[in-house]
Structure formats: C-alpha cells, structure tokens
Design a protein. Structure first.
Length: 107
C-alpha cells in the first residue's frame, strides 16, 4: 500500500465519520424540535414522543428543514396557534446547539 492509499483511506474514514455525526445531530435536532412543537400543541407523555418521531420522519423527506417547518406549521394552523416562522427558526437554532452538544458528549 502506498502513502497515497493510506491518506485516501484516512480521508474516507473521516468523511464517513463526519456524515454519521451530522446525521445523528440532525435526527436529534428534529426530535428536540418535535418535542417543543408537541408541547406547544398541548400533547403529553407518549403522544409527545410519537409526535417527535413523526417530525423526525418528516425531516427525512428532503434536505434542509423546510419539511419539518411545513409539517409543524400545518399542525399549529389546525390548532389555531399563532407561532411565527421566526419563532420556529429561533427554536430550531436552539435545538441545533443542544443537539450538537448531546451528540458530541456521546462520542
């Protein structure tokens, strides 16, 4: 094996590790955001957890977070909750910070 092959393997392993970490962070972020939204919707207990899992699933539809904003906004509208997009984006940023800390602590 050449030095080039060794470097290539190191970079490939790092790329995979970073991808797994990013996926974990995004899944944790979606769960935290889903739990926040569930609380705003007045859900409790197992219903909160179920809703959070639905938000995680919604986040898998397309890259970015537009899919979870749309899902949660639709549910807020059904309950006639007046929660702005700016508020949801601020909560998402807070969830991102928390998710990063939690995932980094696990590794």
């Amino acid at each position: 094996m050449t030095l080039f092959d060794d470097r290539k393997d190191v970079f490939e392993k790092a790329f995979v590790k970073d991808g797994v970490r990013d996926f974990k962070i995004e899944a944790r972020l979606a769960k935290l955001f889903g739990l926040w939204a569930a609380e705003e919707l007045g859900l409790e207990g197992d219903n909160m957890q179920t809703y959070a899992r639905e938000v995680i699933t919604a986040n898998l539809k397309e890259p970015g977070f537009e899919d979870i904003f749309e899902r949660v906004q639709k549910d807020f509208d059904k309950k006639e909750l007046d929660i702005s997009r700016a508020t949801m984006e601020a909560v998402l940023r807070k969830c991102m910070g928390q998710a990063r800390k939690e995932v980094d602590c696990q590794e």
